[in-house]
Design a protein. Sequence first.
Length: 274
Amino acid sequence: MLLDLHSHSTFSDGTYTPEELILKAKEKKLELYSITDHDNINAQKEAIFYAEKHKVNYITGLEISCKFKNMFDILGYRIDLDNNALNKTLEKVQTFRKNRNKLMIERLNSLGFNITLEEVAEEAKGDVIGRPHFARVLLKKGYVKDRDEAFDKYLGDGKIGHIPKEKIDPKEAVKLIKDAGGFPVIAHPKSLKLSYTELKKVILELKKHGLWGIEVYYLNHTVSEIKMFREIAVETGLYITAGSDFHGSNKPDIDLGIKVEDELLEKSINILLT
Ligand code: AMP
Ligand code: FE
Ligand code: ZN
C-alpha cells in the first residue's frame, strides 16, 4: 500500500500549505494520509476541510519533540483537536520555542551575523519558526554555501549557534495524546540511537502510559533497521506505522508517500481507522 503518516506543513517547518499537501496526497493516490507538524495542530482543521473536499483519506496528527539524550519524537494520531490539556501544553511548548528563537538570534548576532527575528519569521510563513528557517536566512545572506553547511557549522545540535528548546517528557507526551483520544507512536525510532534491548525497555515503560505504535517504516531506515524495529513491535505488542517525514523543499530528497507491503501495517491501519 502507498500511504504517508508523517509530513510537515507550513505550520511547522514544511514548505507546502495544508491544502497543497492534501492535493499532493490526492495526486499520489495515498490510501491514508496525515500531517504531523512539530508541536502544533494549527494545520489540522484546514487539512480536514480540504481532505473532505478532495476526497483524501485523512487522519489528524502531530509530532511532539521530547526530552531525551538523543532525538525522541512522539507522533499522535486522531487526537481531539479541542482537548484542553493538549492545547494548553502545546501553547507552553510554543512559548519555549519562541524564547529559544530570540536567544538564537542574539547568539548569531554576537557571532557577527546580521540576522533578525523578522527575517526568520518571513521565511517561516506559517506560525512556527524553527532552525530550518534560520538556515534559509543564513543561506540567502551568503553566510553559508548550502543548508548542510548552516547545520554543520552553526545550527546543528551542540553547534555554536544552536540553543536547545526545553522539551516535555516522553511519558507526558504519550499520556497527553492518549488522553486526547489519540494513538501515540514513536517516530523514526532510529533517532533514539538505542540497542535492541534498550529500545525494548523504553517501549515497555511507555506502553504503561498508553504508547500504541512505532514508526517501523521510515524513509531513512535501512532494511535491517526495519527488520529490527518490526521484531521489537511484535515482541512488545505495538502496532506499526509508516511515514516519509516530507518537508517540501526543506528536505528536498524526500517525496510524499511511502510504499509498504506488510500485513502487520494493514492490521494497524485498520485499527487507526476504526
Ligand atoms: P527546531 O525544531 O527549530 O529545533 O528545528 C529542528 C529541525 O531542524 C529538524 O526537524 C530538522 O528539519 C532540522 N535539523 C536539525 N538538525 C539538523 C541537521 N544536523 N541537519 C539538517 N537539518 C537539521
Ligand atoms: Fe521527527
Ligand atoms: Zn517529522
